[in-house]
Design a protein around this ligand. Structure first.
Ligand code: NIG
Ligand code: FE
Length: 438
């Protein structure tokens, strides 16, 4: 790759670095985000080279291209560590069905839910799925996300799962975001394996003995994930699949304790999984196990909101007990059709009672740790990849505050544009200071 021209980011009203050790932040460490004022950032060969006073950096990088942040806030690019962004049709009819009283599992048992996406996915050619996903990634990027994890899981045959992973591979090559591929062949038991109870084991045998080896041979996934939930995969089935995946060299993730507690979090810790995700129904034992482990607890509050649940993941308890908490969108057509990652931060603060700093660490450093990338992205510090997001605000606390707004006005991955830079023109909170009277 040819050397890129150096970049110099100047005139940010705040530079929020999240700088610190290159690992997940846990407990009280999540309160530190490092806000710098009057500071500029130099980027050379796609990496953060120097942070300091603009005048010093201008001397050191005289030939650099200037990016004028015009008073906006510059942060690490957001790291969305849990999505199902490769899918076909939307599933808006289920939204109303839930409002009318059907729950998520009932819809699935009637052939809707994941099964509806599977039927649709299998019928679409790879090129079409690629084009749909590419549009969705552009949308994710437009809210400040520069890294996105994407799971397979709507194919559920070996060929269709490989088709999903091939789409993710093409996205990685052709789209500006950083992508991480996860094999989720165990997202659901497909209909063709539900004719009698012995079929279930045959499906799992095929996952472990046929599908997993092909995924590994093709080198198309970095992680394996299983939907471990009563009514979907049991703890024992999940253990079998993930132990095989680990032996084959994949990192591990779990959809754990989303709707009912079944020991998914405890299993994640036993298997030393990189992350345990969802956790809205995690048990006290599961929380205690996570707090003592290196497994990142990834909460997905958009999913609980969209499903109409009053319960949310116990962020406060997890952080107070010393766990490393990440937030992610869970972007998918059934339970979380949002591309707006800052909105998930809003839910982190408003519903999960996280501080702004905790919510930001959860979407940067800890998102990176949930992907095994905490030494590469998630912070603005010398040597890290220059993955950056610029927001049209003057105080980082505004990012979750103006909820639902699209405030990102530019983002970069390794110094290359991700979401094209738009000039910072409007600010949401800029009335002149006044001295209240009376
Ligand atoms: O993370 N929980 C399982 N998988 C997705 C939902 C997938 C779907 O409904 O299409 C989730 O919520
Ligand atoms: Fe999910």
């Amino acid at each position: 790759m040819p050397d890129q021209r150096a970049l110099l980011f100047i005139n940010a009203s705040q530079l929020v670095t999240c700088a610190g050790p290159p690992r997940a932040r846990r407990g009280k460490e999540m309160a530190e985000i490092g806000i710098l004022k009057n500071s500029a950032v130099a980027v050379s060969d796609g990496r953060i080279a120097m942070i300091g006073a603009a005048s010093d950096l201008r001397n050191a990088y005289a030939d650099a291209e200037i990016v004028d942040c015009k008073g906006g806030v510059l942060t690490p690019g957001l790291v969305d560590s849990h999505t199902h962004a490769v899918f076909g049709k939307a599933r808006f009819e289920e939204h109303e069905q839930r409002a009318a009283g059907l729950d998520y599992m009932e819809i699935a048992n009637r052939g809707g839910g994941i099964h509806a996406s599977v039927r649709d996915f299998r019928a679409r050619p790879e090129d079409e799925l690629y084009a749909m996903a590419a549009d969705r990634l552009r949308e994710l990027a437009s809210y400040g996300t520069t890294t996105v994890e994407i799971k397979s899981g709507y194919g559920l045959t070996t060929d269709d799962e490989l088709k999903a992973l091939a789409v993710i591979g093409r996205l990685a090559e052709r789209q500006p975001l950083r992508t991480v591929a996860t094999w989720l062949g165990a997202h659901e038991i497909p209909h063709e394996y539900r004719t009698d109870s012995s079929q279930r084991e045959k499906f799992i045998d095929a996952l472990v003995d046929v599908q997993l080896p092909k995924v590994v041979e093709q080198g198309v996934a970095r992680f394996a994930d299983v939907f471990c939930e009563p009514g979907v995969f049991t703890v024992d089935e999940t253990r079998r699949i993930l132990e095989a995946a680990r032996r084959a060299g994949l990192g591990l993730k779990l959809h754990a304790d989303e709707l009912k507690p079944s020991g998914g979090a405890e299993l994640a810790v036993q298997l030393e999984a990189t992350s345990a995700d969802h956790l809205a129904a995690v048990s006290h034992q599961g929380m205690a196990a996570l707090a003592k482990s290196d497994t990142v607890a990834t909460l997905l509050p958009g999913t609980m909101l969209f499903l109409g649940k009053s319960k949310q993941g116990p962020a406060r308890e997890l952080i107070d007990q010393g766990a490393a908490v990440a937030l992610a969108t869970d972007f998918n057509p059934g339970t979380s059709p949002t591309v707006n990652f800052p909105l998930i931060m809003t839910l982190g603060v408003s519903q999960l009672r996280m501080s702004l700093a905790e919510a930001l660490i959860a979407t940067t450093v800890n998102g990176a740790a949930a992907l095994g990338l905490a030494g590469e992205i998630g912070q603005i510090a010398p040597g890290f990849s220059a993955d950056l997001a610029l927001f049209s605000i003057t105080d980082i606390r505004e990012l979750p505050y103006w909820y639902g707004a699209r405030l990102c006005v530019g983002s970069w991955k390794a110094g290359a544009p991700c979401h094209p830079y738009e000039s910072v023109t409007k600010f949401h909170a800029r009335p002149p200071e006044v001295v209240p009277t009376g």
